[in-house]
Design a protein around this ligand. Sequence first.
Ligand code: NDP
Length: 299
Amino acid sequence: MTDSAVPTVLLFGATGQVGSAVARLLRGRQPCPRLIALSSAQADFRRPDSLRDLVRRERPDFIVNAAAYTAVDRAESEIELAHLINATAPGVLAEEAARIGASLLHYSTDYVFEGSAAEPYSENDVPNPLSAYGRSKLAGERAIAITGARHVIIRTSWVYSSRGSNFLLTMRRLFQERDEVRVVNDQYGAPTSAGFLAHATLVVLETALRRADFAGGVYHLTASGYTTWFGFAQRIYESLKSREPLKCGRVVPIATDEYPTPARRPRWSVLDSSKFQREFGLAPSSWQEQLDSVLVELQ
Ligand code: NDP
């Protein structure tokens, strides 16, 4: 942080992929902000009104909301719970932020789009989610916007890290257990590391401290480039193969139809990050570079 006064950051979802990476980076900052990092046990989004007291007590300068219901397939059968956690609770945080003049940084998803485009989605494109998860996240964006709180919503995609539950770690396990791994090759997106998103989060907080006139609203931010889940898996496989014993002999590309899931996913969910780059001066590294860094951490 560059400001002379030490700001207070109230972080929700501190045990998740992005939340834990944000906490780690903030703790390493000099001067270190006053960080209140909360797990779901300390701040339960299933009881949105309980969050009001917390915000009123701590009076943060920034609220970073990395908590979310992220089980995309399960959300199809837990629609109300997903809405409560992804829409109602963030709306309450935004109301409280507006009340005390705090800024809110929140994350959303490429799954707000239906995926029929042929070029990267910009913030001006109209969302049309295919899944209950996507609808709950879009409702969260809207619940925040209507409060009038100063906010930044970062829509990102295909998040992974060296910990937690994600595609990278699932693939690694399957490569260890199976002779052959079949992966969908007709959904396109940009795998994005939680560490990169944490770095971008700090850039936003520092910009907000420096420039009161920074533009709030929705921003797209992912690693640069894009691939399919198969392309991502293939790269993970090639990298791991040279470092550790794997049972898997080959990764096989398949169509989405061959791997039915409860939630429908966009075929194309590549996001255009240029607005973020212009406003915050951060150029995303490629998805391959981000993967290489996370694989180093994994070792
Ligand atoms: P994780 O699934 O890794 O972490 C989710 C976090 O939310 C955990 O800290 C979890 O806490 C917390 N949480 C879950 N339920 C509750 C609850 N009832 N009350 C309070 N906290 C709760 O998520 P990511 O870090 O991957 O995602 C961060 C953000 O990025 C989210 O907004 C997500 O929608 C968005 N995003 C994620 C993508 C992905 O591929 N993962 C893709 C695009 C966007 P606990 O561990 O205690 O359960």
